[in-house]
Design a protein around this ligand. Structure first.
Ligand SMILES: [Zn+2]
Length: 240
């Protein structure tokens, strides 16, 4: 089976599309997994939670409450509200807007912390992003000792100042060697089976396959909750 075309990679803000059913798997307990030729659903990854939504056609309605990326394919997992799909059916995808918008703002805010740190001269190596609504944070590898309240205040001020600059975001597909020309940090491992993509916040470039605000002003306002040093890691918790 060919890889699922990841429409969200090119059109991050599209929440609806048509698709063809490629495979339906019965997972037991009335749960099914649907693989389509293409999708607007975001599968969990890169620190961003999966989308919810519905897939339907004239005969069936399928509620999607989990979306996973495995071996090049997106598995839409959920239960039928009505009817059932057959392989080859044409269906429509509808992603739940509120959940996606919140996840998008939280993801962009996580990289806004990267950008804020860079502008403050802290070129720490990003290690992990957790952009979930229940306590989002970003982690960096750093030698530096962080124990001053000043950084928390300065970073928060810097992030909100950047939000107020109304910076448009852009995306560009490129291979890893080209990424090094734009990004101050490129991870050793890029996810397999997904196109390699760079997201630009103005001139600031981040290798990232998540969904992002069209303009950073959509983040509205952010606060830095806590900066904590744990061994060689610096953990920065934030909220919107
Ligand atoms: Zn990201």
């Amino acid at each position: 089976m060919p890889n699922t075309k990841l429409i969200y990679m090119e059109q991050m803000h599209l929440l609806e599309c048509k698709a063809t059913v490629e495979e339906i798997k019965d997972l037991g307990e009335d749960k099914f997994s649907a693989i389509l030729d293409q999708t607007v659903f975001y599968p969990q990854g890169g620190g961003q939670p999966f989308d919810n939504g519905i897939i339907k056609n004239e005969n069936a309605i399928f509620n999607v409450n989990e979306v996973r990326f495995m071996d090049g394919q997106v598995h839409h997992i959920g239960k039928y509200e009505k009817g059932a799909f057959k392989v080859g059916d044409t269906v429509s995808n509808f992603v739940e807007k509120e959940r996606r918008q919140l996840n998008t703002r939280l993801h962009s805010a996580g990289h806004l912390v990267d950008m804020g740190l860079k502008e403050l001269g802290k070129l720490w190596k990003p290690a992990k992003g957790y952009h979930f609504p229940n306590g989002p944070y970003v982690e960096y590898l750093a030698e530096e000792n962080v124990f001053d309240e000043n950084l928390k205040t300065e970073l928060e001020k810097k992030c909100n100042e950047i939000i107020n600059r109304n910076i448009e975001t852009n995306i560009k597909f490129m291979d890893k060697s080209e990424m090094k020309k734009f990004c101050h940090f490129v991870p050793d491992f890029l996810p397999e089976g997904k196109p390699a993509r760079v997201v630009f916040y103005g001139d600031f470039a981040i290798p990232c396959g998540g969904t992002h605000c069209k303009n950073l002003n959509e983040i509205l306002k952010m606060s830095i909750r806590k900066i904590k040093k744990e061994k060689d890691m610096i953990k920065i918790s934030y909220e919107l």
